[in-house]
Design a protein. Structure first.
Lengths: 290, 381, 290, 381
C-alpha cells in the first residue's frame, strides 16, 4: 500500500504547458504516473505530447476522470488555481508545488477549501508525493527512491530528497515520501501524514524531517505520543541557524519559547522518537529500529 | 521586509488610521527645520528596525526646534543593538491618556489570522503576556471573511480598553486589519496605540513587515527600500534573487532549499567548522543563479572555502554544474569549492563537473564528506 | 413536543436595549420564555429589568448558558450580529427578526454560517418561532396561539398570525408556529421545517402559508411528495397581485415559468395538499382533515 | 430601484468596465449638441425602464448632429409599453464584432449568486435559454468569496466567447461582478456586452437594479432618482416610507406585511371587489405611518372605500387606531374606512377605535367580513 498517490491516481497538471510543469509533469508520467490532462486557460483543445489540454479543471475532470491535480501555476495565480481544483467535483487531492504564493492568498485558500470541500491539499511550496513503484506527483527525482516499507514526511523540499537518498543508499525502500512544504500555511500537516502512515499496513517505520519555526513538530510530537505505535526517526534542521525572524512581540506572544530546533528535538525525543543530528545518520537509525 | 516606524505609519495613514504628523530628518538641521515646521513640542525618534529604542535613549521629547536639533545630534549615528541610526522621525508630541498594544499576524499553528490586543500597551508587552495572560486578549480571524465588526467590538471590550472611546478603537482595529490584508503585511503591530486626552485613538508607533511574495501587487513598496542602508553583500544577493544571511564562520555555503542549507550549516558545525553565511538559491536555479551566488561570496573576505550542496528536485544539477563552470571562467575565485550534487540530472551534472575538476573544484559523494572537506580546506586556507 | 423552541430554550436578545427588542424580548419573557441575557456593545455590565446586558454574545453565553439568540439589531449591522451569534459556541438557534438587511449581507451571512457552523438560522425578516405553552422567540402575539397539534409554517409575517388566529378561533391548537420570513435568502426553508414537523410526534397536521415569487413552495411540494405523510393545508397569497418585479432576463432564465401563486397552488395540490384560496378557510380545512 | 441604461453605465465606468462615450439629452437640440460634441456616428437611445426599446423604434443610428436631432424628435415623448420617453442617451456608435449576454443576480433557490453568460447576446436571450440551453452558461458564485478569477475564466471559455479576447472578457466579468456586490445591486445585466472590431470588450447596454436596503452605504445613489419622472402618489408614498403600488379597482387597501396585503387583495377579489392599490405600511408602523398612508389614498380619485387590515406583531394595534383617530382629525377623508385589528395590543386598539366609530369608521371582526363591508361600501359610494 501507499498513501495519497498510487496506481489509481489520475493526474491533471495545472500549468502543464509551462516549462516547469511540462518537465516535471512528463517526468512523473515517465515514472508511470497516469497523467491524463493538463489545464491552461486559453490553450484548451491543444495537446502536449499527446496529453490533452483543457481551459479549466472542471472540463479536464469531465473529459478524463482526473482525481488528482498538481498545481504549477505562477505564484500570483496559484491560490486561485487551488480554489479551482478544489471546486471541481472529482478532484480528491491537490498537490501544490508553486513557491512564493502571497501569505494572505494562501491562508484564504487553505481555510476556504477546508470549509467548503473535503479535498486534501498538500503544499503549497512542496516537493509533492512519491509512492515508489506506483506514482510520483511532484518534483522529487524518482531515481533516488526505492519501493519499501519506510514512510517519509518532511517540511523541507531538498531535505526530503536527502532523507530518501540516505534510506535508498542503505537499501531501505519507502512506501510513500510526502513533502508537506515549508510555507506558513501548509495544506497538510505532519499530523495528517503521520495518521495515514500509522494506518498504512505496509509502512513499518516513519522518517520525519522538521525545521526551525512554527510549532508543527511539537504538534507532531503530541500526536506521536497518543497515536503512533510505529518507530519514528526524526531530524530537525536549523540547530546552528541564526535566530529566525521573530514576528515582533506578536510572534513571541504566540509561540512562547517554542520554535527552536532544540525545543523540537526535545519534544520529539520525549515521546520516544529517535532524533538524529545529521541527515546522514537517518539510514543507520532506521536500520537499527527495524 | 521590515519597515521603519515612519514608513509603517505612512501605510496606516493611507488606510485612515490616525497617526501624529511628522517629518523625516537625516541631519540635526533637518530635525530643527521639522520641529519649526510642526510647531510646539515634538518627539525625536530613532528609526531602527529593532525593539528597545526608548530604553536605549533613541526617543526624546523636545520643547522646540533647538532641543530637537540637540536630540537629533545625539541620536543620529547612535548604535542601538547593532543598528546604526541614519534617520530620525520628528513628530508632534501626543497627549497620552492610555497606551494599548495591538497586533495582527498569522498564527501558523491554527492557520488563521490572530489579533492580539491589550490595554497594557507600552514597552514590556511580552512580560505582560507571561505574567498576566488575561490582560492580553487574542482572537482568531478567519482569513476567508476577515475581521468582522463584531470581532473588533468584542476584542475592544474584552481587552477592557476605554469604554467611552470603544467605537473609535474598534474602527482603528478594522483599519489596521484592512492594512494587514490589503497591503499584504506579515505583521502589523502598534505599541502603543494610544488614547489621547481628547478621546482620539492614534497609532503612536508601528512595526510593519511586508510580504515580499506579494510585491507584484504593490509595485510602490519597492520605494521603501530607498531609506534602508543595506549591507552591500545583502543588497547584491537580494538584487540577484538570492536568500542570503551573513554569519561569523569561514565556510561559504551555497545550497538549494532553506532546509538543506540549514542542515548544511548544522553538519559543518558538527564536523568542527563554522559557516560564513546562509545562501539559498531557491528552487529552479539556473546556471546564472549559481554564478551569481559565487559572485556574492567573492565579496566576503572571511570566506576561506566554499561548499556547494545541491539536491536537485525542481533544480537541475546539470545547470548547477554549468553555472560553476561559467563562474570559473568569468570570476576570480580566491578559494576552493567543494561540490556535492544529487537528485535531478545529477549524472549529467557530475559529468560537466568532471570537466573542471582541479585543486580548486573538489567533488564530494555525500553531504558529510563535503562538509568535512570544506572545513578542512577552510582551516588550511 | 415542539420544534426549535421549548422549555429548554435559554434566550439571549441582541439589541434588548432598543425599543423593539425590549418590547418583544420582555413579551417573550412574560410568556414564559427563559430570557437570560441581552447583548448591546457598550452596555455590558448594565441590566434591563433585571436581565443582564453583555457587550458580546460570547460573553453572554459564557455567563448565562444561552443557547438561542434573537436578533433585533438594526439592518446595517444585523448580518454582522448573525455572524456573531453563529460564532458563539453554545448558540444552536438564531432567530433574526430584523427587516431590511441588504441582500448581499444576507447572502454572505447565510452561506458563511452554513459553511462554518451547525447553527440553525431562522429569518431574517421573520416573525420568529412560537411553541404555544412553551416558549415564544419572536414577535408573534402569543395570545392568538393555543397549545395543540397543528404545525404552522409561513413565509409571511402577518399572514402567519392570521393563520394561527384562524386555527385558534376554531379550537385548533398548535405545536409550533414558524415564520421563516420572506427575504430572498431565508436561513430556514419550508423543507427544513416540514422535515421537523414530520418527525415531531405531537404534530398531526401542517399548515403552510406561501406567497408569490421564488420557488420555495415548489421545493416544498417536492419534499411533501417524497417525505410528508401528515395532512398539509396550504394557502398561497398573491393570486390577484400585479406581476411581481422580474429580475431582467436573468430572472426569467432562472425561474422559467414558476413563481406565480397559481403555479405554486398547482404544485401543492398535485402532491395531495389541501389548497385553500382564503386564509379564513384554513381552520375549516384543517378540521375536515383531522 | 431600477436604473436607466445611462445611469447603470455610469456605475460600470466607475468600476472600470469600458462603455461608449455619451451624453444625456432631454430635447432634440440637446441631442444635436451631444452628437456634435461626440463627433462621428452616434446612437440615439430612449431611456425607459422596460425591455424591447429596439423593436419599438426607441434606438436609432444617426450619421451626424442633424440626424440625431431628427431621431431625438421622434423618440422623445414616445410611449414604449406604457413608459413615456423623457430622456435620450446619445452615444458614439460602436463597431460590433460579437454580441454577448452577461448577468449577475441572486439565485434564490440555491441561495448563491448566479452568473449567466452567453455568446448569443442580443434581444432574444430568453428564447435562446429555452431553445438552446447549452448556449446559455450558468455558474453559481459563493457570496462568501465572490467571483474567483478561475470562475470568470472558465465561464468565458465554456460560453465560447471569442478566445483571442477571452482575458478581456473575463476581466469585464470580474468588474461587473465587483459592481454587482460593492454597489449593492440586485441585478446587473448587460445585453449586449460587445466585442468590438479591434478586440475590446464594451458594455453596450445596462440593466441595473439597486438594493434600496443598502442605500445607507451609498448616499449618492439617491441622486439617480432626480432623472425619474415619478408618479406623484408613488413618490409621496416612497417619501413616507410606504410600499405602494397603484392598481385598477376602487377599494383602497392598507395593511401591514406584504403577505397580508396580498392576501387582502385576494379576498377583496374573492368577494367580488377590486383593490385600487397595494399599500404595505411594513413592520412596526406608528400612528404617523397610518396617518401618512391615509393621506396618500386621499390623492387617489378612484378610491371609494378603504380597508385597513392589521394583524399586529411588531406593529401595535393601539398605535394604528391612534393613527386613524389622528387622520380623522387632521385630514379630509372622502370615503368610509373599514378597520380590522388583531394581534399585538388589539384590545387596546379596538378600544381607541370605539371612540371614533361612525358611519365612516366601521370596525370588522374578520378579514373576510372587512372585505365584504369594504366592497359593499365601494359599490355604494
Amino acid at each position: 500500500m501507499a498513501i495519497y498517490v498510487d496506481e489509481s491516481t489520475r493526474l491533471v497538471v495545472q500549468g502543464l504547458t509551462g516549462s516547469q510543469g511540462r518537465f516535471h509533469g512528463f517526468r512523473n508520467k515517465a515514472y508511470g504516473t497516469n497523467l491524463v490532462a493538463g489545464v491552461t486557460p486559453g490553450k484548451g483543445g491543444t495537446d502536449v505530447d499527446g496529453v490533452p489540454i483543457f481551459d479549466s479543471v472542471a472540463e479536464a475532470v469531465a473529459a478524463t476522470g482526473a482525481n488528482t491535480s498538481m498545481v504549477f501555476v505562477p505564484p500570483a495565480f496559484a491560490a486561485d488555481g487551488i480554489l479551482e481544483a478544489a471546486a471541481a467535483e472529482g478532484i480528491e487531492l491537490i498537490v501544490a508545488i508553486t513557491e512564493g504564493i502571497p501569505a494572505h492568498d494562501e491562508a484564504m485558500a487553505y481555510n476556504y477549501v477546508k470549509q467548503t470541500t473535503g479535498t486534501v491539499l498538500i503544499g503549497p511550496n512542496c516537493p509533492g508525493v512519491l509512492s515508489p513503484g506506483k506514482a510520483n506527483v511532484g518534483i522529487t527525482p524518482p531515481e533516488i527512491a526505492l519501493e519499501g516499507s519506510v514512510g517519509v514526511v518532511s517540511r523541507s523540499g531538498t531535505l526530503t530528497y536527502q532523507a530518501i537518498h540516505e534510506l535508498t543508499s542503505r537499501g531501505l525502500g519507502q512506501t510513500t515520501c510526502v513533502g508537506i512544504g515549508g510555507d506558513p500555511v501548509p495544506g497538510t500537516s505532519f499530523v495528517d501524514v503521520l495518521e495515514r502512515f500509522q494506518a498504512d499496513d505496509d509502512t513499518e517505520a516513519i522518517v520525519m524531517i522538521g525545521e526551525i519555526g512554527g510549532d508543527a513538530e511539537e504538534q507532531a510530537a503530541r500526536f506521536i505520543d497518543g497515536y503512533v505505535t510505529k518507530p519514528v526517526v526524526a531530524y530537525v534542521a536549523g540547530v546552528t541557524a541564526p535566530p529566525g525572524k521573530k514576528m515582533g512581540h506578536a510572534g513571541a506572544i504566540i509561540s512562547g519559547s517554542s520554535g527552536t530546533a532544540q525545543a523540537k528535538q526535545e519534544a520529539l525525543r520525549s515521546v520516544g522518537a529517535t532524533v538524529v543530528d545529521d541527515p546522514t545518520s537517518i539510514g543507520e537509525a532506521v536500520t537499527s529500529l527495524l | 521586509m521590515d519597515l521603519f516606524e515612519y514608513q509603517g505609519k505612512s501605510l496606516f495613514a493611507r488606510m485612515g488610521v490616525p497617526v501624529p504628523e511628522g517629518r523625516e530628518a537625516r541631519t540635526p538641521d533637518a530635525a530643527r527645520a521639522a520641529a519649526e515646521d510642526l510647531g510646539g513640542r515634538v518627539v525625536v525618534k530613532a528609526q531602527v528596525q529593532v525593539g528597545g529604542r526608548g530604553k536605549a535613549g533613541g526617543i526624546k521629547l523636545a520643547d522646540g526646534p533647538d532641543e530637537a536639533f540637540k536630540h537629533a545630534t545625539d541620536i543620529l549615528g547612535m548604535d542601538i543593538k547593532g543598528h546604526t541610526v541614519h534617520l530620525v522621525w520628528v513628530e508632534k508630541a501626543s497627549d497620552i491618556a492610555a497606551e494599548y498594544y495591538v497586533s495582527f499576524t498569522l498564527d501558523r499553528g491554527v492557520k488563521k489570522h490572530l489579533a492580539i490586543v491589550s490595554a497594557r500597551g507600552g514597552m514590556d508587552i511580552e512580560a505582560v503576556a507571561v505574567d498576566e495572560p488575561d490582560a492580553v486578549v487574542k482572537m482568531h480571524i478567519d482569513p476567508v471573511v476577515g475581521l468582522t465588526n463584531w470581532q473588533a467590538s468584542e476584542i475592544v471590550y474584552r481587552a477592557k480598553l476605554d469604554r467611552a472611546s470603544a467605537r473609535k478603537a474598534a474602527a482603528a482595529l478594522r483599519k489596521l486589519y484592512a492594512a494587514f490584508v490589503s497591503l499584504d503585511c506579515d505583521l502589523v503591530e502598534v505599541n502603543p496605540l494610544i488614547l489621547t486626552g481628547d478621546g482620539e485613538v492614534v497609532a503612536l508607533d508601528s512595526k510593519v513587515t511586508l510580504d515580499s511574495n506579494a510585491f507584484f501587487r504593490h509595485p510602490d513598496f519597492e520605494e521603501f527600500r530607498a531609506a534602508f542602508v543595506e549591507e552591500p553583500m545583502e543588497k547584491m544577493a537580494r538584487e540577484r534573487g538570492l536568500n542570503f544571511i551573513k554569519l561569523d564562520g569561514s565556510v561559504g555555503i551555497i545550497g538549494n532549499g532553506a532546509g538543506l542549507v540549514m542542515s548544511t550549516l548544522d553538519v559543518v558545525s558538527l564536523v568542527g567548522g563554522a559557516a560564513s553565511n546562509f545562501l539559498d538559491v531557491g528552487g529552479g536555479a539556473g546556471a546564472d543563479t549559481i554564478t551569481n551566488a559565487l559572485d556574492v561570496l567573492t565579496k566576503d573576505p572571511t570566506v576561506k572555502s566554499v561548499l556547494i550542496n545541491i539536491f536537485g528536485g525542481i533544480t537541475r544539477c546539470d545547470l548547477v554544474a554549468q553555472g560553476i563552470a561559467e563562474a570559473l571562467d568569468g570570476l576570480e575565485l580566491r578559494w576552493p569549492i567543494v561540490v556535492r550534487l544529487d537528485g535531478t540530472n545529477a549524472v549529467e551534472g557530475r559529468e560537466i563537473l568532471q570537466g573542471v575538476v582541479s585543486d580548486s573544484v573538489i567533488p564530494a559523494e555525500t553531504m558529510r564528506e563535503a562538509a568535512e572537506k570544506a572545513v578542512e580546506l577552510a582551516e588550511r586556507g
